[in-house]
Design a protein around this ligand. Structure first.
Ligand SMILES: C[S@@+](CC[C@H](N)C(=O)[O-])C[C@H]1O[C@@H](n2cnc3c(N)ncnc32)[C@H](O)[C@@H]1O
Length: 230
């Protein structure tokens, strides 16, 4: 059983409409994914499948996997019994042939892993030549702001408490400084095409935005990369 099995339904419900997921992370991932019509797309760490479904709505031929069986059950409810969804571990060999996908998206999942080389090497293996990987992770600067007494430069496991749809949950994941991310991409054979710190979606309901944003046009929360096999 993974952490997410314990609160899968609450997490899925919360993130369906939340500012950070529905109006910030997902629109940014979709924008960076570009035109996916007719493309084979893998959602690595797909959770309950909201991004997978949005990509399919845009014409992609989607596959997805997640470590949490409960999340995959929810994704199957969303995408249908015949959807190509699997329980699989980003840290292990992936159940796909070489050069299968035009695009791999991995949204808010890589930071659960201590070592990024196995997942990035596997993702590179299943990408077709000319394919791309679009990633979102917690912005490492947010760790610096939130934990000023800790060492920004140390790859560090830490836990945070959340409330999802009224249910308490603890998430445990890894902080890594920016250079550790870019080193991992290079080591696994990717070059960085885009680094993005986007604003929230323009149609975000204003009542969802923090009251103290003032004139700011973006906030430090997640960091987005578009990567190409080098
Ligand atoms: C923050 S959620 C994001 C889910 C989904 N990508 C989304 O944007 O809604 C993180 C997901 O990563 C999955 N996950 C964590 N570690 C994983 C691993 N080693 N392999 C595959 N999935 C993993 C969790 O089960 C969870 O569904």
């Amino acid at each position: 059983m993974t952490d997410y099995d314990a609160f899968a339904t609450a997490y899925a419900a919360e993130t369906e409409t939340s500012l950070l997921n529905a109006w910030y992370c997902r629109p940014a991932m979709l924008g960076l994914s570009g035109d996916v019509a007719g493309r084979r797309v893998l959602d690595a760490g797909c959770g309950s499948g909201p991004l997978t479904a949005a990509l399919r709505d845009r014409g992609a031929i989607v596959s997805g996997f997640d470590l949490s069986a409960a999340m995959i059950d929810l994704a199957r409810e969303r995408l249908g019994a015949d959807a190509d969804l699997s329980v699989a571990d980003l840290a292990e060999a992936l159940p796909y042939d070489d050069r299968t996908f035009d695009l791999v998206v991995s949204s808010l999942s890589l930071h659960y892993l201590a070592d990024w080389n196995p997942p990035l090497t596997e993702i590179r293996r299943v990408l077709r030549p000319g394919g791309r990987l679009v990633v979102s992770v917690p912005h490492p600067a947010a760790y610096m702001f939130n934990y000023p007494d800790r060492d920004y430069f140390a790859v560090t496991q830490y836990s945070e408490e959340f409330e999802f749809d009224g249910r308490a949950a603890v998430l445990t994941y890894w902080h890594r400084p920016l250079h550790a991310m870019t080193d991992a991409f290079t080591k696994a054979g990717f070059r960085i095409e885009v680094v993005s710190e986007p604003p929230w979606a323009p149609d975000t309901p204003p009542e969802l935005l923090p009251a103290d944003l003032g004139d700011r046009t973006a906030f430090v929360c997640f960091l987005f990369f578009v990567l190409e096999p080098s």
